[in-house]
Design a protein around this ligand. Structure first.
Ligand code: NAD
Ligand code: DAU
Length: 360
């Protein structure tokens, strides 16, 4: 039975990944989830699996080298899937320091703990030990011309403190592969959406605001383009890369689903109206009049678009959920989980929202 160490498993993609893996492998794998539980980590996301015998949660900071070493000493870990990070670009503009600490130094600690546990005296690694570093397409910078895509060979050109910290962490992983022959892969994925996404990100923020009749704050001219992927398709890609990908390789993950932000906001309004039951009073205010153009994000990248040719050709990955279906599944999940949204938007979120959006 393989043992997986998942970092950041209480966050959006990490919790979806843990659900995906238990759905796929059931009792044939063991998952250890290491998470500090920052504002973005929420054990409620994993409530339905927390009592499984083949699951264990460790509350720990990846920046704590002793804690990371202890987890490796206690367990014979086969696979690491490293999600833990500060993930929100706007927060990185307000406070870059914690992004460098968690995303760069934290990644270094996880690498060191894995290398310390796995590397033999002769510098070799036992078969089957694999580390997958979950990264982002934002490391490639911004595409300005129609028809251009991010390939694995595209030079890194990060612009935000978030993407600079992720680029640094990617380079650390690359350096471990090149220097120590450390058995790893890097995946660079486009924008995810789906259940359990914290409402600081575009799609859940717009769903939550629209349902409350609040303004929908669109940055700049609303024409920035992101390449949206349903989160389960990302999870499937991570698993396929770890199972079938060539070690030491990078794989881009994205499903050719480019949309301008304003299109996304209008689709959300339209889909919410379609999905709310007849007579629901929230329908009355749910119109495009809620859209409010606000001051642009500093250094706002214009367009991201992934070329998934390599992952398709080498491991047979393809996205299964089209945007129309994915957005309906996502909205249905938020409809079914109003208490989740109420809890995550109480307290500190209000302060964040005020700081980020008032006077914008
Ligand atoms: P998230 O913010 O929802 O979750 C991050 C998780 O990491 C949280 O559970 C948080 O508690 C945990 N964490 C943060 N700092 C930690 C620390 N010091 N020690 C231990 N745990 C810590 O993020 P997400 O959107 O799920 O993203 C997960 C990963 O995927 C990140 O590495 C991100 O860069 C990458 N990624 C995200 C997207 C996207 O669209 N969201 C796309 C591509 C890549
Ligand atoms: O591309 C992958 C990246 O996608 C991940 O690496 C990041 O972790 C993830 O947060 C995401 O980054 P973005 O900055 O693209 O996502 P966000 O949801 O913050 O914003 C999406 C677009 O919507 C972006 O162009 C900014 C815009 N936006 C966002 C918010 C929160 C708005 O117009 N209004 C908003 O209120």
């Amino acid at each position: 039975m393989k043992t997986y160490l998942v970092t950041g498993g209480a966050g959006f993609i990490g919790s979806n990944y843990i659900h995906y893996m238990f759905r796929k492998y059931g009792g044939d794998i063991r998952i250890l989830n290491v998470d500090k539980l920052t504002y973005a980590g929420n054990l409620e996301n994993l409530a339905d699996i927390e009592n499984r015998e083949n699951y264990r949660f460790y509350r720990a900071d990846i920046c704590d080298a002793d804690a990371m070493r202890a987890i490796f000493a206690e367990n014979d870990i086969d696979r690491v899937v490293h999600f833990a990070a500060e993930s929100h670009v706007d927060r990185s503009i307000l406070d870059p320091g914690v992004f460098v600490k968690t995303n760069v130094l934290g990644t270094l600690n996880v690498l060191n703990a894995a290398r310390g546990a796995w590397e033999g005296a002769d510098g070799s690694y036992p078969d089957g030990k694999k580390f997958l570093h979950v990264s982002t397409d934002e490391v490639y910078g911004s595409l300005e011309k129609e028809g251009e895509y991010f390939y694995e060979t595209t030079p890194y050109d990060p612009h935000s403190p978030y993407s600079a910290s992720k680029a640094s962490s990617d380079f650390l992983v690359k350096s471990y592969m090149d220097t120590y022959h450390f058995p790893a892969n890097i995946t660079n994925c486009s924008n995810n959406y789906g259940p359990y996404q914290f409402p600081e990100k575009l799609i859940p923020l717009m769903i939550n605001n629209a349902l409350q009749g609040k303004k929908l704050p669109v940055y700049g001219d609303g024409k920035n383009v992101r390449d949206w992927l349903y989160v389960e398709d990302h999870c499937k890609g991570i698993d396929l890369v770890q199972e079938k990908g060539r070690l030491f390789e990078t794989y881009n993950i994205g499903g050719h689903n480019e949309k301008q932000n304003i299109e996304i906001v209008k689709i959300i309004i339209r889909t919410l109206r379609e999905m709310l039951p007849e007579g629901d009073p929230r329908k009355d205010h749910l119109t495009e009049d809620l859209i409010t153009y606000v001051t642009d994000r500093k250094g706002h990248d214009r367009r991201y678009a992934i070329a998934p040719d390599k992952i398709s050709a080498e491991v047979g990955w393809y996205p299964e959920t089209c945007f129309e279906e994915g957005i309906r599944k996502t909205i249905a999940w938020y409809f079914a989980n109003p208490e989740w949204m109420a809890r995550v938007t109480s307290g500190a979120y209000q302060k964040y929202y005020e700081e980020m959006y008032s006077g914008r």
